[in-house]
Design a protein around this ligand. Structure first.
Ligand SMILES: *[C@@H]1O[C@H](CO)[C@@H](O)[C@H](O)[C@H]1NC(C)=O
Ligand SMILES: *[C@@H]1O[C@H](CO)[C@@H](O)[C@H](O)[C@H]1NC(C)=O
Length: 347
């Protein structure tokens, strides 16, 4: 009996790391150093986490995130990467908008906004993490998703960008490609999983996507092989962003036509345009070292900081505008001509 359970434990022991950590909000600002470097303001609002060297321009080569940052909003104290997504708004019946705040995940309840980040070598539910991956390199950046997508077919090009309607904080199914169609008592969780196969050469590409690829067949979850063009298997980077909808769940405040009232900061009321951005900034070889440890979530080589240290790191807004945290806005920041679309393309 004892022998059997010890064997089971030994068989289940992880061989490489999976990490999960919380990050507080660094800033919510209309900047996008990846797609619109140097542009102030960029077309739409983002919510950003990570190292405080975040700026309107972060050119590879000259902008070393780990060297330039003096703090990070992420729990691992050596992670000065920046991670961001669009911001979310609630549109009232009278057509005005208020920004939907974020909240910390289970285990990170004290977090000011922000999101949860994972790096994994096999799928989340796999305790063994048998695959060995190469960590991202300094200068690496990527994005996934397309803000212009407004049909399900267009969204399906990015199979792992989804929404979970949280009945409680542990809800994980189902995942949908469009915004939830009913109020979600514990919030809307946005799930973003990045592609995992790298071309092995380019730290970036003109569209910030094509130096990465999905597996040639199957999925990351099924351990599908990487294509010959993108042979290097990388960690799967995943974001969970939890939007706290409790102030917006009263059905009487929802549109009378039965549509749902949430809209991304770029004017997408379908949810199909979900996208996320990543600029690598771990100190030295710290990410590779962690990835090589045999651990599941509790990884000794991941140096951590306190929640209060995470919450006290921030950068000032560079764009001076009302983003609708306290007031109802007549239009979304930077989106005066926005035309709202509802799921499956109806305008
Ligand atoms: C941010 O970028 C601007 C413009 O390139 C520059 O003047 C400024 O010094 C940068 N700020 C920080 C904190 O790096
Ligand atoms: C619009 O609707 C919101 C939410 O119901 C309300 O608080 C606000 O006062 C309204 N604004 C106008 C101009 O009616």
């Amino acid at each position: 009996m004892l022998w059997n359970s010890l064997t089971a434990l030994a068989l289940a022991a992880p061989s490489h790391a999976l990490i999960r950590f919380g990050c507080s909000q660094l800033v919510v600002d209309r900047l996008d150093p990846l797609v619109n470097p140097g542009l102030n303001p960029s077309p739409h609002l983002h919510q950003i986490i990570g190292g405080n060297s975040f700026n309107m321009s972060m050119e590879p080569g000259s902008h070393d995130l780990a060297a330039l940052s003096t703090c990070t909003t992420c729990q691992p104290s050596e992670d000065f990467s920046n991670y961001w997504t669009a911001a979310l708004y609630f549109r009232a019946k009278n057509g005005t908008f208020k920004r939907v705040p974020q909240k910390g995940n289970v285990g990170f309840e004290g977090s000011q906004g922000g999101m949860t980040v994972y790096y994994m070598q096999n799928q989340l539910a796999d305790y063994q993490q048998k695959s060995k991956v190469k960590a991202f390199q300094p200068g690496f950046r990527m994005l996934i998703g397309d803000p212009m997508a407004n049909t399900k077919a267009q969204a399906d090009r990015y199979p792992q960008l989804t929404y979970t309607c949280l009945q409680d904080m542990s809800t994980r199914f189902p995942e949908t490609k469009n915004f939830p169609t009913k109020p979600c008592p514990a919030g809307i969780m946005v799930n973003l999983r990045f592609p995992t196969c790298w071309d092995g050469k380019n730290l970036d590409s003109p569209d910030h996507i094509s130096h990465m690829s999905y597996p040639a067949s199957g999925t990351f979850e099924s351990q599908g092989p990487c294509p010959a063009s993108h042979p290097e298997r990388m960690p799967q980077l995943m974001y969970e962003v939890i939007f706290e909808t409790k102030d917006f769940n009263n059905k009487n405040d929802w549109p009378a036509d039965g549509s749902q009232p949430f809209v991304w900061s770029f004017g997408d009321g379908t949810g199909y345009g979900s996208h996320g951005d990543y600029v690598f900034g771990w100190k030295d070889q710290s990410l590779q070292k962690i990835m090589d440890e045999a651990c599941y979530v509790n990884c000794k080589s991941m140096k951590t900081q306190s929640m209060s240290a995470m919450n006290s790191c921030a950068v000032k807004n560079r764009v001076n505008e009302d983003i609708g945290d306290n007031n109802w806005l007549k239009e979304l920041p930077g989106q005066p001509t926005m035309r709202l679309k509802a799921a499956d393309g109806t305008v």
